[in-house]
Design a protein around this ligand. Structure first.
Ligand code: F6P
Length: 320
């Protein structure tokens, strides 16, 4: 049985990462195992910046967004020399296993360590919800709630002025945030990178909705679709409707984690520690149909999670 493990957060931060760190440390303590926190993801591993965490060190963080350990992207870790340094730094401290909390890139890094014989378990931490094998990633629910809150507010002013408001949600490669928040926020149109819609279609739909008596319109666009400012400009030019663009940006990554994200983070973290301590490595824990499941990490990074297009159909139907 392992006696010392480490945890790191890596890639873009997501609300609930702190709840996961807290749960990892406390479950490990309960099992008589020491936990070390690695600062700033793989950078801290390569540069030997780590701290011993006890129960008190992870107090008062369950409600905080961001990550107390910091996060970063690390070029050096991509090289075999960088990884050797990182492994040496952990082994020197007697660290025998690692939990990596992050998105696709972070889990890819984790599989490289597994290949070099170091035990690693992953947790899906990203607001984008784009990791294969899990229905939800830690942080997605909080972000979607933030976006829906913004839509509600923008709806007030859109309605007051009879305008079109184009709202850009995060998601460089994935439309999960835009689609889910768009459906929950009652958007008239939702544009995502996974489903190409022509500008002509968007404009035609807007004209139809005005003809049907709608006084204002909310369009939610995922960042990955392209140039949202340009889209807003073309909508105004080609429909004659007063149009404003609101790019929500990094406000979507912050904030206190929702109940859902705190529970998800805590339950996945518990399973991650117990797995690592019983000698399991190379897996990620996720949630499927409400149950915690273990997914091969290579599978998780090599498959692309597809968008649930039935939600689109529903969003379109409800937008009439
Ligand atoms: O991966 C999460 C994410 O928030 C994406 O949705 C977004 O495109 C990207 O990170 C932004 O990254 P950065 O904070 O490096 O600008």
């Amino acid at each position: 049985m392992l006696k010392k493990i480490a945890v790191m957060t890596s890639g873009g931060d997501s609300p609930g990462m702190n709840a996961a760190i807290r749960a990892l440390v406390r479950v490990a303590m309960h099992e008589g195992v020491e936990t070390w926190g690695i600062y700033d993801g793989y950078s801290g591993m390569v540069e030997d910046r780590m701290v011993k965490l006890d129960s008190r060190a992870v107090g008062d963080i369950i409600q905080r967004g961001g990550t107390i350990l910091g996060t970063a992207r690390c070029e050096e870790f991509r090289t075999p020399e960088g990884r050797a340094k990182g492994l040496e730094n952990m082994r020197r401290r007697g660290i025998e296993g690692l939990v990596v909390i992050g998105g696709d890139g972070s889990l890819t890094g984790a599989t490289l360590l597994v290949k070099e014989g170091f035990p690693v378990v992953g947790l899906p931490g990203t607001i984008d919800n784009d990791i294969w094998g899990t229905d939800y990633t830690i942080g997605f629910d909080t972000t979607v709630n933030t976006v829906v809150d913004a839509i509600n507010k923008l709806r007030d002013t859109a309605s007051a002025h009879g305008r079109v408001i184009v709202i850009e949600a995060m998601g460089r490669h994935s439309g999960w945030i835009a689609m889910t928040a768009g459906l929950a926020g009652g958007a008239e149109q939702i544009l995502v990178p996974e489903m190409a819609v022509s500008i002509e279609d968007t404009i035609a739909k807007l004209k139809q909705s005005r003809a049907s008596g709608k006084k204002y319109s909310i369009i939610v666009v995922a960042e990955g679709v392209g140039n949202t400012a340009e889209l807003g400009k073309r909508i105004e030019e080609e429909t004659g409707l007063e149009t404003r663009v609101s790019i929500l940006g990094h406000i979507q990554r912050g904030g206190s984690p929702s109940v859902f994200d705190r529970i998800l983070a805590s339950t996945l973290a518990e399973r991650a520690v117990m797995a690592l301590l019983s000698g399991i490595s190379g897996v990620m824990f996720g949630s499927r149909n409400g149950a915690v499941v273990s997914i091969d990490m290579e599978d998780a990074i090599s498959h692309k999670k597809t968008l649930d297009t039935s939600l689109f159909r529903l969003a379109n139907l409800l937008a009439q």
